[in-house]
Design a protein. Sequence first.
Length: 246
Amino acid sequence: MDTTGYVGLSHQVALQRHMDVVANNIANMNTTGFQRENVMFEDYIEKLPSADAASARPVAFVLDHGVARDSTPGDMNSTGNPLDSAIVGDGFYVIDRGNGQQAYTRNGKFTLAADGSLVTLAGQHVLDSGGKVIHTDPNDTNVAISADGTVQSRAGEKGRVGIVQLDNNDLVRAGDNLYDIKPGARPVNVRDVKLHTGVLESSNVKPILEMTDMMSVLRSYESTTHMLDRYEEIRKKGIESIGRVQ
């Protein structure tokens, strides 16, 4: 494959990656606490080892540097559920994955398990600021989460929901609206926790913008494909012409 083919292929690979990210954003536009992602691409320019020939002009390939999370808060939707909460500003709830590892999420849709522990809808335990499971008595009533993250019932305080801050570059999507963190990353506990209670944070995905972006990516991919097909056609004709001359 020559330079034109490599440049076109790098562009198509980047566009495919872009399409995957946009499709994932659209798929999660109704997911509580979901934060959309953007692709991060960069031109890699290399000058061909030639003199002043036209073919020695710089050649730009596309480098994929991954994705960046858009931390813009989503809209707040009132639910009236005393166990629902949304983080004000940056931060993540700390979740026990059940295998001794922690995960992080913006989804504040919680409930009580049969044993009275605070869990996600998937049944994973919500941890306090010390990394421990928050327990209430199964017979407790009026269990609610307050604006400072305290879990309380008619019997009194039961713990405080753990909220941590993480660098955007340390987060890795783990499915089920959860994040893992990269090795060496250190979550920092948020001391002055502020929550909206009885509400949930909606996804910050803007469907119209994502659909527009998807159409733009599709057109670019088709344009690149057409260009490569046309170039290959010209190349074949050139080879045939040279063969006839010889």
